[in-house]
Design a protein around this ligand. Structure first.
Ligand code: ADP
Length: 240
């Protein structure tokens, strides 16, 4: 990350015209993959991500947990999802994102209700434009709920960071590339429990607090989109 590229306009807005605490537009849909037990599609700015969830008995048998389910999220970027063709296959970043998403989802799922099960969460990034781990997690949570898996809460996340020395919400690709910090965070909104928090770059304690409070303010709006996505599916089915 570099700090000497201009990311703020003269009028105090960001390069894409957003104010400091403005999110990119978000759309969430459920039931997009017929064959999956649950699925979701999220558009978050220019990010486009599909999540398909399958619930089955864990195999081989020795991999089962006799008293609870195992959650396996697999994050995958399509070759055409980024400017330069992404080399196929898992790399360190892909494995890291799969791990943090699996762990965050595990905190929300009532694992004891599904002993011996494996919950497979396939995340396919069709287009990436910064913030994919959080967009993936936010959509995965909806897809898992869509699969009828018992959950304590819907995990919701967003990012904040530092660009041109200012704390901003929901980093754009330029802000992610050329800003001074990137802080993705996810919570369980009912309890406020933090289930994912990463920091790339450097911020002061005061800036960190400003970033987290900006994110906490934005979370309820994203949660509402998640709930609406789940409810609109059921209301259409009820009307049939
Ligand atoms: P996140 O997507 O959660 O912000 P990163 O900060 O690691 O995760 O990545 C930031 C952005 O960089 C991604 O959203 C994507 O647009 C881009 N990116 C990530 N990996 C690659 C890659 N292998 N090739 C090109 N661009 C990539």
């Amino acid at each position: 990350m570099e700090g000497n590229i201009k990311l703020m306009r003269e009028d105090g807005l960001r390069l894409d015209g957003r104010s400091l605490n403005e999110m990119r537009p978000i759309k969430i849909q459920t039931g997009v993959v017929e064959r999956a037990d649950g699925s979701a599609f999220i558009e978050w700015g220019a990010n486009k991500i599909i999540v398909a969830v399958y619930v089955r008995e864990a195999y081989p048998k020795h991999a089962q947990n006799i008293d609870r389910a195992i959650v396996k999220a697999r994050y995958n970027m399509s070759g055409y999802s980024v400017e330069e063709r992404k080399r196929p296959g898992p790399d360190r970043r892909t494995m890291e994102i799969s791990k943090v998403v699996s762990e965050a989802l595990s905190s929300a799922i009532v694992l004891e209700k599904l002993p011996r099960a494996e919950i497979d969460v396939f995340i396919q990034v069709l287009e990436a434009d910064a913030g994919t781990r959080i967009a993936s997690l936010t959509a995965s949570s909806v897809a898992v709920a869509d699969a009828g898996v018992p959950m304590r809460d819907l995990v919701v996340g967003c990012t904040a960071g530092k660009a041109d020395g200012k704390i901003v919400l929901d980093l754009s690709k330029d802000e992610d590339n050329f800003g001074q910090a990137d802080i993705p965070m996810a919570i369980l909104p009912r309890t406020g429990k933090v289930v994912l928090l990463q920091l790339d770059g450097d911020v002061t304690e005061e800036e960190f607090n400003e970033a987290t409070s900006m994110m906490m303010d934005a979370m309820p709006r994203i949660s509402e989109l998640q709930r609406n996505a789940l409810m609109s599916k059921y209301s259409i089915e009820d009307g049939e």
